[in-house]
Design a protein. Structure first.
Length: 375
């Protein structure tokens, strides 16, 4: 963790509170492009109490990371864990304005959300644009056309069929949101927004690419699978297969402690491919391939998607460092796969680019969160 100067400028912190620790990235917006100011992260014992279950400890850890990184700003955006947030793409009659859609969306949410709506924080993102033309303007247009053409049938023509618009509906438990508020209050940072992890990854790894992509976010405990179509997360699935399983398998195979295996795992990412790694990758992540196939099939059945086929995989998260992991997915699925680069859309000092590449997959969510104001 380090900083690039102490000059005080407007910036935004992206904070990823995960099972394995806290990741923090500070970016500024310079002429519409994000610039890295500093970053910091900390790793924790895999068997420790999850940070979200101990907000006071999480707040102290976040404050320590913020201080050690040399960050200057205190405004922050955090991400809600995908496994604890409900999302669905739905279709509703096109409203006159986005604000007018609120009652309709709340009715739909009550049918879909697994908890009482009073216990949830609801948000939504319109996938299709809401037509802004007013009813009055439509009627004036009809009258004008009648005057120009003399066709009286236009005046009595049937009204156009009601068009629908697609909306990404999201709901998070209020208790979860409260824990984040408590964490940032304890760290003395200003929490300006809570985002979805998937939107953070879309900003940092996909940008304006409108192809259909599967994001494979390989965390310590879970892997999040998100199909992104035209910049929108259309289908998500969270499975309990993560990097800790690889660390445990490596420790068992080499008869070393898990802390030693964790260091070896990191070293593997920095060294030529070891002969035993491909077999171990297949052993640990073979089930993940089956989950990816399941996601492909479910996405094909999505009612409101335009595309039905995933064109490529982008790997991210701590285990994306593992040598051979991208080739493993290519061989198993026949789909192009590569490790995402969250710094591709961020200005960074050239003399530290190599170092940043080694930690990039782990910081991808935090980078995307800090890019929120660059949209």
């Amino acid at each position: 963790m380090f900083g690039f100067g102490k000059k005080k400028i407007a910036s935004l912190l992206g904070v990823d509170v995960g099972a394995s620790g806290v990741k923090l990235v500070e970016l500024s917006n310079e002429g519409g492009r994000a610039r890295l100011l500093t970053y910091g992260y900390t790793e924790r014992d895999a068997n420790a109490v999850p940070l979200l279950e101990d907000p006071a400890a999480a707040g102290k850890l976040l404050a320590d990371v913020w201080g050690a990184s040399g960050a200057m700003g205190r405004r922050a955006v955090a991400a809600l864990p995908l496994s604890q947030v409900f999302t669905a793409v739905i279709a509703i009659p096109s409203p006159k304005t986005q604000e007018a859609a609120k009652p309709i969306l709340e009715v739909q949410a009550r049918k879909l959300v697994p908890l009482p709506l009073e216990e949830m924080v609801l948000s939504w993102t319109f996938i299709d644009p809401v037509k802004k033309e007013s009813v009055l303007k439509k009627e004036v247009g009809k009258v004008k056309k009648v005057e120009e053409t003399g066709n009286q049938e236009l005046a009595t023509s049937k009204p156009e069929e009601q068009k629908n618009v697609r909306v990404l509906l999201s709901a998070a438990p209020k208790s979860l949101v409260s824990r984040y508020v408590e964490i940032f209050r304890a760290a003395k940072l200003e929490l300006t927004a809570l985002d979805l992890e998937s939107f953070g990854l879309i900003r940092s790894l996909i940008g304006k690419d409108r192809s259909t992509v599967l994001l494979v976010d390989m965390g310590a405990v879970r892997t999040n699978l998100t199909v992104v179509e035209k910049g929108i997360p259309f289908f998500t699935r969270s499975v309990q297969i993560g990097g800790n399983a690889f660390t445990g398998a490596l420790a068992k195979m080499l008869s070393v402690s898990e802390s030693e295996a964790a260091q070896m795992k990191f070293d593997l990412a920095m060294s030529p491919l070891a002969p035993t790694v491909p077999d171990l990758v297949k052993q640990v992540f073979g089930e993940l391939v089956n989950e990816v196939r399941y996601v492909f099939e479910q996405y094909k059945r999505q009612e409101f998607s335009d595309s039905k086929r995933v064109e490529k995989l982008i790997l991210t998260g701590g285990s994306a460092h593992l040598p051979g992991i991208a080739r493993f997915f290519v061989d198993a699925l026949g789909v192009n796969a590569y490790v995402g680069d969250p710094w591709a859309r961020v200005a960074v000092p050239e003399d530290v680019r190599l170092l940043l590449e080694t930690v990039g997959p782990s910081l991808a969510i935090a980078v995307g969160l800090a890019m929120r104001e660059n949209e």
